[in-house]
Design a binder for this molecule. Sequence first.
Ligand SMILES: Nc1ncnc2c1ncn2[C@@H]1O[C@H](COP(=O)(O)OP(=O)(O)OP(=O)(O)O)[C@@H](O)[C@H]1O
Length: 218
Amino acid sequence: MNRMRLVAERLSARRGEDLIFRDISFEIGAGEVLVVKGPNGSGKSTLLRVVAGLLARETGKIRLTGEGAQAFETVATACHYLGHHNAMKRELTVAENLRFWKDFAGDSTSGSGIGIDAAAEAVGLGGIVHLPFGYLSAGQQRRMAMAKLLVAWRPVWILDEPTAALDAAAETMFAGLVKAHLGRGGLAIAATHQPLGLGAVAELHMAGFAGENVEAWA
Ligand SMILES: Nc1ncnc2c1ncn2[C@@H]1O[C@H](COP(=O)(O)OP(=O)(O)OP(=O)(O)O)[C@@H](O)[C@H]1O
């Protein structure tokens, strides 16, 4: 069986006038996670945004191949993106926010998400989906943002510092969600300074931009 793969070749990106990285290539297969590491400002968030289609790349190619890839018109539509911000409206209830993401992200023929109550349960916060998102504690808000990944099936999870400022229990919970996602044939790319609790994983080291010197994939 030809498993789904995400292939990035010789990516480079700019922010404003500045070249942030160059010649970044990697491949991840179904069931695999790639952890992007590097010092502050080395371009991890920029790389994730490029892969998610939120930022135009300067050069290079990103493609999805193998089983299930044809269900997605673009790589971006195969991706869930969990950035530094939770991307939830404070005035809307948790359920309304998750409903928005369920409808917006949608399912593809390659899988389906779970219900809103089930997603809230999965992040350990069942029973409070009727509350405005803004009432939740910072940690609860982050957990609910993670629930967004569950309500619609998208095979590629792009995670930017997903567990920053979370307690140990939430980190363990999130590691479980990622493992379950990989177990369903999903893929994940995570930029993080903290171990994700996933055991041995592939790593991409961004060296940071110093004139012409951009680290390549090891
Ligand atoms: N909108 C922008 N315009 C110009 N430069 C930007 C912009 N956004 C980010 N940068 C620059 O791009 C570089 C890479 O930033 P990025 O956020 O990708 O780094 P990072 O590795 O994720 O950092 P951190 O570990 O601090 O989150 C930084 O030097 C930053 O100042």
